[in-house]
Design a protein around this ligand. Structure first.
Ligand code: GAR
Length: 204
C-alpha cells in the first residue's frame, strides 16, 4: 500500500450498475484523476458493474458470499482483503456495494475504504435513501462520500453535495438528480483522501 506517491491504485466493490465506477473511470480517462482501477469485485454475478469493468479491460471478479443473500461472511471479507492487497490497492471504493463491511476488511485498509451514499448523512442511512427522502417530504437531499467504519453509513464524512427535492419528484427522478452529483463527488473525494494520505506520510 503506497503512502501517497504516484498513481493511486483503486479497488472498487459494487453490487449494481456501476455508474459511479464509470464516473471514476471517466475522470481517470480525462486526466482529472491520477489513478488506475486495478480490480473490480461484485457480490452479484449479474451486476452490470462487472460487464463495464470487463469492457474497460479491468480485472473483474465475483465475491463468494457462501450463499448468503445479504450477509458478508468474515471469511469472504478476509478473501476480498487478500485479493485487494495482492492487487496493490491503495484505496477501496464502495460504489453501490450493498453488504456491510466489517473488521476482516476494515483492519487491512484502515482509513482507506470509502463509500458513496445517496443522502446527506446522517439523514436517511440504509437502503434506497432517495425513496426515503421523497416519502419523508424532504426539501433537500444529496450525496455523501465518507470513510467506512463498522456501522451502516456512519463513518466520518469526506464530502457532500446537496440537491433540491422538487414537488413533483418521484424516487427515480430524485435519484437521477443525486447521481449527477455523485459522479462528480466521488473523484473529488478520492483526490482529497489521497492528498491527506500524502500529507500524513510527509509529517510522520
Ligand atoms: C448509488 O446511488 C449509491 O449512492 C447507492 O447505490 C447507487 C449505486 O449506483 N449506494 C447506496 O445506497 C449505499 N448505501 P451505481 O451502481 O450506478 O454506482
Amino acid at each position: 500500500m503506497s503512502t501517497g506517491k504516484g498513481t493511486i491504485k483503486l479497488g472498487v466493490l459494487g453490487s449494481g450498475s456501476g455508474s459511479n465506477m464509470q464516473a471514476i473511470l471517466d475522470a481517470i480517462e480525462n486526466g482529472s484523476l491520477d489513478a488506475e482501477i486495478v480490480l473490480v469485485l461484485s457480490d452479484n454475478p449479474e451486476a452490470y458493474i462487472l460487464e463495464r469493468a470487463q469492457k474497460a479491460g479491468i480485472r473483474a471478479e465475483v465475491i463468494d458470499c457462501a450463499g448468503y443473500k445479504t450477509r458478508f461472511p468474515d471469511a469472504s471479507q478476509a478473501a476480498v482483503a487478500e485479493q485487494l492487497k495482492s492487487a496493490g490497492v491503495d484505496i477501496v471504493c464502495l460504489a453501490g456495494f450493498m453488504r456491510l463491511v466489517k473488521a476482516p476488511l476494515l483492519e487491512v485498509f484502515p482509513q482507506r475504504i470509502l463509500n458513496i451514499h445517496p443522502s446527506i448523512l446522517p439523514a436517511y442511512p440504509g437502503l434506497m435513501a432517495w425513496k426515503q427522502a421523497v416519502q419523508d417530504g424532504a426539501r433537500e437531499s444529496g450525496c455523501t462520500v465518507h470513510y467506512v467504519d463498522a456501522g451502516m453509513d456512519t463513518g466520518p464524512t469526506i464530502l457532500q453535495a446537496k440537491v433540491p427535492v422538487l414537488v413533483d419528484d418521484t424516487a427515480d427522478t430524485l435519484h437521477a438528480r443525486i447521481q449527477v452529483e455523485e459522479h462528480q463527488l466521488y473523484p473529488d473525494a478520492i483526490r482529497l483522501v489521497w492528498k491527506d494520505i500524502q500529507s500524513n506520510a510527509s509529517t510522520s
